[in-house]
Design a protein around this ligand. Sequence first.
Ligand code: NAP
Length: 296
Amino acid sequence: MLPIIDRIPTSPDDRYALSDGNSIPCIGYGTWRVKDREDGARVCEEAVRAGYRHFDTAYLYGSEGSVGEAVRTSGIARSEFFVTTKVWKDDLSAEGARRELGVSLERLGLDYVDLLLIHWPRRSAEDADWKRAITETWNAFQDFKAEGLVKSIGVANFLPHHFATLEGETPVVNQIEVHPGYLQEEVIRYCRERGILVEAWAPLGQSRLMTNDVVRAIAEKHGVTPARVCLRFSLELGLLPIAKSADPERMRANRDVFNFALDDEDRAALFGLPEKTGWSGEHPDDAIPMPDPSKL
Ligand SMILES: NC(=O)c1ccc[n+]([C@@H]2O[C@H](COP(=O)([O-])OP(=O)(O)OC[C@H]3O[C@@H](n4cnc5c(N)ncnc54)[C@H](OP(=O)(O)O)[C@@H]3O)[C@@H](O)[C@H]2O)c1
């Protein structure tokens, strides 16, 4: 069982230090499926009103325009925000990454992003050339940083064997799926040992954990919601949860996780959930279908 960290954040505005000297707000707002299903920019503006300053988007998501609009029209200094975007697996090359980053910055209407991630380590299970593709892309990321287009660089969905392909700088972040029932302890330990902050995507198990009996029982015991149990669990392990909600009340509640603490019994129950409870079904070395952007 992973130990809890010594200095658990005490407010949603606390920041984690990144290994390159920058820092990042300890809770992020996820924007996968925000655009087109709801009015994306209004949802992101609501998230700003709820207090979020850390937005997670991607070239793939179709939400960069909404995030950018919310940031630019907020009346809040750009430096108060932390915006992450990602280069998709189909463009893992120096040229492809530069093209995507250019499009992302244009959609965002910003002149830099705070964090750029390699979104997925390989195009498909059959992709024999994935190591070269990552090395080349990572070298280009270091150029983007030197050019001031990005402040920090990192990866997503990397397992230990993927890191061996990187040359030069160590990524500051690895964004992976983590939640009770899908803990990826080996990856978290690997990252901790190297000073790489782990961001937890799908911290609520994409809402599948909201109806889990174990999570619900812990929530009831503390008088909180199942979502707050999952988010608190992430923070106590030193992870940075990125949850998505289009609902203003839930957005606010998902930041309100600093006035209760899980105990050893809760943690043992959450660590004891059957492996793959709430799992998305997506594995970094498998092919995942490229969604039709018009249907996001
Ligand atoms: N790097 C990657 O490969 C990767 C992959 C997936 C996701 N991500 C990032 O991680 C973010 C979060 O992951 P996710 O969106 O897949 O899953 P998630 O945040 O675990 O779950 C989102 C779902 O939970 C519901 N929800 C949110 N708060 C709730 C609450 N308090 N009570 C009940 N239900 C609640 C949301 O519905 P409502 O909107 O109706 O509230 C939505 O259906 C994404 O948006 C994206 O930014 C990254």
